[in-house]
Design a protein around this ligand. Structure first.
Ligand code: CA
Length: 192
């Protein structure tokens, strides 16, 4: 698994790294790259950079919105611009609480029995930067509670072995009744 985590920065944020120049030929020659490139495709818009332009500090999106490509939205979330909350990567991130608790999720293509790593940056939204906020992360067949009380981005990683050809990746706020929650950014899902 450590091997996979080490590669995630290269494989998971392909959108950002496309502009980095020619691929290292020594890396391209590795026979396993073809299988890891499949991992690249399973993750869509993990940094939330493809989002409504928004002229304000943030845009609230609600259940059923299709404004955040790749992601299914539940409840209410915010897409935050860097003018409001400096993103961990790029210029946008997500607050899992919009007007209230919300969620973002997507199904990713996986190979049954193969190992995957979900990695993301976690912080709190500015208005509750040092208040405890809670949520659940679902990664394939597993889920875990997450909590945080800091406005500083820090990365967390979870690994799973896929049990299906399609695996759920979901981040959900469990802090209800508040309009400020956990912030996430730079989600990567990398394969074997
Ligand atoms: Ca971002």
């Amino acid at each position: 698994m450590n091997r996979v985590i080490g590669k995630s920065a290269v494989l998971g944020v392909g959108l950002a790294l496309v502009a980095c120049g020619p691929m290292d030929p020594t890396v391209a020659g590795e026979p396993e790259l073809s299988s890891t490139q499949q991992g690249l495709n399973v993750e869509i818009n993990g940094s939330f950079e493809s989002a409504p332009a928004g002229v304000y500090n943030y845009t609230i999106l609600s259940n059923g919105s299709t404004a955040l490509p790749g992601w299914t939205i539940g409840g209410s979330i915010k897409v935050m611009n860097s003018s409001y909350k400096t993103a961990a990567q790029g210029t946008k991130s997500v607050d899992l609480n919009g007007n209230g608790a919300g969620s973002v999720s997507q199904m990713v293509s996986t190979v049954v029995g193969a190992g995957y790593t979900v990695r993301f940056a976690l912080a709190n939204s500015p208005n509750c930067a040092t208040t405890w906020r809670y949520g659940t992360v679902t990664y394939g067949p597993s889920s875990a509670s997450i909590s945080n009380a800091s406005g500083t981005w820090a990365y967390r990683s979870y690994t799973f072995n896929a049990t299906s050809t399609s695996s759920l990746i979901k981040f959900e706020s469990t802090s209800t009744g508040v309009a400020c929650g956990l912030a996430i950014d730079n989600v990567t899902v990398t394969g074997p």
